[in-house]
Design a binder for this molecule. Structure first.
Ligand code: FEO
Length: 169
C-alpha cells in the first residue's frame, strides 16, 4: 500500500477512537443532567466510532500493513447548555468528513483504488453522520425550551439501538 495512504489510515484509527471518547463525554454530560435518552444516543454514537476504528484496523491488517496505536487525546470540550454537545457534535463530524476526504484524495493520487472503494462507505457514512447531528440541533431548537417536549425528545433518543456497520472487507 502507498505509504502516505497507510499512514493517514493509521492516524484515522486514532481519530475514530478519539471520536468515541468525545461522544462518551457527551453521554457523560447528559447523564449528569438526567437526560438518559440523550446519553443513550451518544453512547451508541461512541460504539459506532469504535466500529469505524476497527474497520480501518482490520483493513490495514488485511493489506499486510503495520498498525501503530497511539495515545488517545483527552476530550477537551466543555459543555454548559443542553445544546452545546449537539453543536460540537456537528462541528466534529464536519472535521471528520474533511479527514476522510483527505485520505480519499491521497488514495486517488496514489491510484490506490482498493482503498477508495473501502473509503466509499465512509464517505457515505459521513453524510449520514452530519445529517443526524444537524437533525438533532433542529429538534432541540424546536422543542428544547419546553419541558414536556424535551421529555418526549429524550424518550425518542432513548430508543436508539446499536447496529454494526454492514461493510464487508
Ligand atoms: Fe467515524 Fe462520526 O464518524
Amino acid at each position: 500500500m502507498d505509504n502516505k495512504v497507510a499512514t493517514l489510515l493509521n492516524e484515522q484509527i486514532n481519530k475514530e477512537f478519539y471520536s468515541a471518547y468525545l461522544y462518551l463525554d457527551m453521554a457523560n454530560f447528559y447523564t449528569q443532567k438526567g437526560l438518559d435518552g440523550f446519553a443513550n444516543w451518544y453512547e451508541i454514537q461512541a460504539q459506532e466510532e469504535q466500529a469505524h476504528a476497527m474497520l480501518m484496523y482490520q483493513y490495514l491488517h488485511n493489506n499486510d500493513e503495520k498498525v501503530t496505536l497511539e495515545v488517545i487525546a483527552k476530550p477537551d470540550k466543555t459543555f454548559e447548555t443542553l445544546m452545546d454537545p449537539l453543536k460540537a457534535g456537528l462541528e466534529h463530524e464536519k472535521y471528520v468528513t474533511s479527514l476522510i476526504n483527505t485520505i480519499y484524495a491521497a488514495a486517488v493520487e496514489a491510484k490506490e483504488f482498493r482503498t477508495t472503494q473501502f473509503l466509499d462507505w465512509f464517505i457515505k457514512e459521513q453524510g449520514e453522520e452530519e445529517k443526524n447531528a444537524s437533525d438533532l440541533i433542529t429538534k432541540m431548537e424546536l422543542f428544547g425550551d419546553d419541558a414536556r417536549s424535551l421529555y418526549m425528545l429524550n424518550s425518542e433518543l432513548a430508543a436508539r439501538v446499536y447496529s454494526a456497520p454492514s461493510l464487508v472487507l
